[in-house]
Design a protein around this ligand. Sequence first.
Ligand code: FE2
Length: 283
Amino acid sequence: MIPKLTRRAWIRALLFSGIAITGGVGYVSSKKLERVHADIPLVDLPKELDGLKVGVLSDFHAGAFTTKEEIDRAVRMVREESPDLIALLGDYVDGAYSHSPKNVEKGSYVFDALGSLKGPLGTYAVLGNHDHWTDADLVREKLSMLPVVILDNQGLALDNGLAVVGVDDYWEGPSDALRALRTIKPESVVVMLSHNPDVNIQLRGDRLVRLVISGHTHGGQIRVPFINWAPWVPCSMKYRGCSGLIKETDRRWTFITKGIGTFFVPIRLACPPDVAILRLRRA
Ligand SMILES: [Fe+2]
């Protein structure tokens, strides 16, 4: 004979079923990597830079829930697009549960995967807060074994008039955007790589930087569907649950990728992981 459930037992059963279903949907969603394309309209962009393609990968969080196969797939997706230049935006390894250098070794498969990235104008990397929480020097050492230029508050002017500038992490670095900008010629078209989009706070009044490319927010990772609200905000309110293209000034844009991995739980809701392919266009 089936026992009759009390009202309280029904509520409890419904609640646990809801949590289990939401968790299951979120887990499946966290594995559905997307390829996001965006055109960035820039005023006064020289003709030679029109159509320049940037491949963007961020927030791998290797060693926690992201597998080597998932990172290999993300790398393959970017390679298929043949970008001119590749931006790596940090959180290569995960330091959520333990701030230990051991986590860099545990997640070192991310560096094996990144070794196959190639772009004619190079691959540029900045560090994220999780890299600092584990061991920033060890992460730099692993990156330095790859054909990758690490940009810690410094820039590099390319022959075509573009300058790639990178800052260390805004929380843990320190990041110093103005010092980084002093290392390049002011007539360059500047693309800034910063793990955290809050670097824009340091850029108040600046007219040099035309595009900031960031990760860090994971797009909120867990968003309430339909209202697009994210309860988790690891940066200023301006970027709450944000991803994609955001206009900062009449001359500057920020692009935020949702990244590849997850933080704290292997769940994403209404916020699938992504790699991004950006194209600079003359406005
Ligand atoms: Fe992250």
